[in-house]
Design a binder for this molecule. Structure first.
Ligand code: ADP
Length: 258
């Protein structure tokens, strides 16, 4: 039996097909979230990749920022539930999920049995989200994929003191003008995200095992900075950006098997 999870985020749309609620059969990602062609493009690409079509899918659950506006699913579930389910699907015994997406950050804690026990989120301010990293990558003309390698060369990360993305942008430009090296700037930018999200995580109460989900989890420099900020090991899986969609497909499967 195949179930489909669709996660419509602020910047990307992700689809995952699970087979018998057991493993990821296919996945697809398209740029563009709510209000764009992203959801349709990611669906088209998962049909192409899997060789399946809509009639093969027993149930579809939609999650993410754009879930309310999407027509064609069998139900909607919150991102919190889906990231918790998706994280636990990949990491047995997981107790904390740190989800950093394009526009918000959430920390979700789970009980021993995997039920959500607490969550804290920041959806008001771009600092501590993918948006902050994207703005900085843009002004520095650095590919976000190169952050890990560049930050790894830094011995003295720059200190970014502004709490606002707009002011931090000016601060980074002036540090660049004053000769601060690129690796130190990149490391400082990642530390700044880790400091902000780390504070959220402490409010939620971090328990081992901890993982990161969302697109920013792909940024190894941020993962390392988070480990340093929290003093814990952070589990990583290359499918981290799909955890919401995996959770939605798993939710669909469990509804059918209730
Ligand atoms: P949303 O669900 O809100 O659309 P995602 O969870 O898909 O957001 O995350 C989008 C963010 O992920 C982007 O803002 C970007 O900073 C980050 N990101 C995406 N791809 C990569 C990558 N290859 N390396 C590092 N960061 C990435």
């Amino acid at each position: 039996m195949y179930t489909l999870g669709i996660d419509i985020g602020s910047t990307t749309s992700k689809c995952v097909i699970l087979k018998d609620g057991e493993y990821v059969y296919a996945k697809a990602l398209a740029l563009g979230g709510l209000g764009t062609e992203g959801p349709e493009k990611s669906l088209q690409s998962i049909w192409n990749e899997s060789g399946l079509n809509k009639s093969d899918i027993a149930r579809t659950i939609v999650t993410g920022y754009g879930r309310n506006r999407f027509e064609g699913g069998d139900g909607e579930v919150s991102e919190l539930t889906c990231h918790a389910l998706g994280g636990r699907f990949i990491f047995e015994g997981l107790r904390t999920v740190i989800d950093i997406g394009g526009q918000d950050a959430k920390v979700i804690t789970l009980s021993e049995s995997g039920k959500m026990s607490n969550f804290v989120m920041n959806d008001k301010c771009a600092a501590g989200t993918g948006r902050f990293l994207d703005v900085m990558a843009n002004i520095l003309c650095v590919d976000i994929n190169d952050f890990e390698e560049l930050a790894g060369k830094s011995d003295t990360p720059a200190s970014i003191s502004s709490t606002c993305t707009v002011f931090a942008e000016s601060e980074v430009i002036s540090q660049l003008a004053n000769g601060v090296e690129m690796p130190d700037l990149i490391a400082g930018i990642c530390d700044s995200v880790a400091t902000r999200v780390g504070a959220l995580a402490r409010r939620a109460g971090v328990r081992d095992k901890v993982c990161m989900s969302g697109g920013v989890a792909r940024n190894g420099a941020v993962r390392k900075a988070m480990e340093k900020a929290l003093g814990v090991e952070i589990e990583y899986d290359p499918q981290a950006q799909y955890f919401g969609a995996i959770g939605a497909a798993l939710y669909a499967y469990r509804q059918l098997n209730r």
